[in-house]
Design a protein around this ligand. Structure first.
Ligand code: C2E
Ligand code: MG
Ligand code: MG
Ligand code: MG
Length: 288
């Protein structure tokens, strides 16, 4: 049941979330108007290449500036948005904003502009209008399809109906790419890797950022990460590690041949102006 309803559910067991669940009502009541009132905004987090440290893409991460509760992270409202159906207009809004932002960077910085990664909720993947929506958004923003990567979770692709599979194939035919997000945390068998046109895997942040302690657990943890990197490469997929919090993480991943990394060590989710600074600083160094 939890799986079918998407990831928002897991956080119900988070004590911090429980403390705030009084506000769950406030969240669901306020949300529909919040989109019209412009209360949502998007931060962008860098995805960097591990071989030369250059900025490869940025992931769009939605936030909600709630007038009473302050800034809420997606884990506090995406689940409710999925349940109420608001995820459909909200998801389209995120795609429009993110593709518009990425296209703007291309106009300003040409090939030095990062690609853009956007998360899709399970419900969006199941929605029949998805391909049309994305086609329209790419045309209206002028973003080249190859610059857009959609992140879907294992729960979205477990036993996808023929229709979702057709939609995902159409998107890839358009030139958009797909990555599996939070790889390794689902319960699925891995058959979908054979059936779906994905080109990337993102190893769930918990695999890397939880590896604080030394000893057996850490040794095994890194072996699992190494195995996931090998699996991805055997299948011809680009692999990105999430939750990369320090230099040691980055160095180990680089030595394993992991392609890209995302995490606090390379940069937290930030306002678009901060990404512009990264782009200009990088070209100042004359790299890539
Ligand atoms: P995700 O797609 O796996 O995004 C990565 C999450 O890990 C982000 O949390 C990011 O802030 C966090 N993170 C990044 N680097 C580190 C690190 O080094 N250490 C740790 N501990 N965490 C790190 P955030 O922004 O709270 O987003 C949570 C989830 O909400 C996302 O997980 C994604 O599944 C979902 N989400 C965000 N934006 C959207 C959206 O526009 N649509 C949909 N459907 N889901 C979204
Ligand atoms: Mg993601
Ligand atoms: Mg992820
Ligand atoms: Mg996540």
């Amino acid at each position: 049941r939890a799986k079918a309803e998407g990831r928002g559910r897991w956080t119900l067991f988070d004590p911090q979330r429980n403390a705030r669940s009084v506000s769950r009502y406030a969240v669901s009541v306020r949300m529909p108007a919040a989109l019209d009132r412009g209360e949502f905004f998007i931060d962008y987090q860098p995805l960097c290449r591990l071989d030369d440290g250059s900025l490869s893409s940025v992931e769009a991460l939605v936030r909600w500036r709630h007038p009473q509760l302050g800034v809420l992270g997606p884990d506090e409202f995406i689940g409710t948005a999925e349940e109420t159906g608001l995820i459909m207009p909200l998801g389209r809004w995120v795609l429009e904003q993110a593709c518009g932002q990425a296209a703007d960077w291309v106009r300003r910085f040409g090939d030095r502009a990062p690609h853009i990664n956007v998360n899709l909720a399970v419900r969006q993947v199941r929605n029949t209008g998805l391909v049309q929506d994305i086609d329209r958004i790419l045309r209206s923003t002028g973003l080249e399809p190859k610059r857009l990567q959609l992140e879907i979770t294992e729960s979205a692709v477990v036993g996808p109906e023929d229709e979702s599979l057709r939609a995902l194939n159409s998107l890839v035919d358009m030139g958009v790419s797909l990555a599996i997000d939070d790889f390794g945390t689902g319960w699925s068998n891995l058959a979908y890797l054979r059936d779906l046109p994905v080109s990337g895997l993102k190893i769930a942040g918990s695999f890397v950022s939880d590896l604080r302690d030394s000893g057996r657990e850490q040794v095994l943890g890194w072996r699992i990460v190494g195995g996931l990197v090998s699996l991805a490469h055997t299948l011809g997929l680009t692999v990105t590690a999430e939750g990369v919090e320090n230099e040691d993480h980055a160095e180990r991943l680089r030595s394993m041949g992991c392609d890209r990394a995302q995490g606090w060590y390379f940069g937290r989710p930030v306002r678009p102006e901060e990404i512009v600074k990264m782009i200009t600083e990088e070209s100042g160094r004359g790299e890539r």
